[in-house]
Write a protein that binds this ligand. Structure first.
Ligand code: DQA
Length: 143
């Protein structure tokens, strides 16, 4: 059976390419998304991608995912560091979630070293640029 995965990009990731290019690179979210879809296809996965700057919209999408998807890859952006509501939504749905970050969150501001969602995720990948998402797609295929 083909696995169906959901990729969630959280706040400010819509500005990839413009936003702090020294940290997040110069490529747009559209080019990231098409590479994610290509990688997912290579791994035999079906993939939907969603971006929102709103905590509640991300929570609603996570809830809906429990009936539709086999797994979620989430870059929760800054919500990673303080959103207990997103953490609880991930804990509530019984499908595996993989946390990703483009940058190495441990090598930056102190507040970024803490992820409140990490304990309820299957695993976390950070610091590989867009490669963090591709590694997560591969991990999802192997789960
Ligand atoms: C990020 C890291 C977060 O600390 C930051 O708030 C982001 C992007 C990353 O992908 O490196 O918005 O999740």
């Amino acid at each position: 059976m083909v696995k169906n995965i959901l990729v969630i990009h959280g706040p400010n990731l819509n500005l990839l390419g413009e936003r702090e290019p020294g940290i997040y690179g110069e490529a747009s979210i559209d080019s990231l998304n098409s590479s994610i879809i290509d990688r997912a296809k290579e791994q035999g996965l079906k993939c939907e991608i969603f971006q929102s700057n709103h905590e509640g919209a991300i929570i609603d999408k996570l809830h809906a995912a429990r009936e539709k998807f086999d797994g979620v890859i989430i870059n929760a952006g800054a919500y990673t560091h303080y959103s207990y509501a997103i953490r609880d939504a991930i804990a509530a749905i019984k499908i595996p979630c993989i946390e990703v970050h483009i940058s190495n969150v441990f090598a930056r501001d102190e507040f970024r070293a803490k992820s409140v969602i990490a304990p309820v995720c299957k695993g976390s990948i950070c610091g590989f640029g867009f490669g963090s998402y591709y590694l997560a797609v591969q991990a999802m295929a192997e789960l």
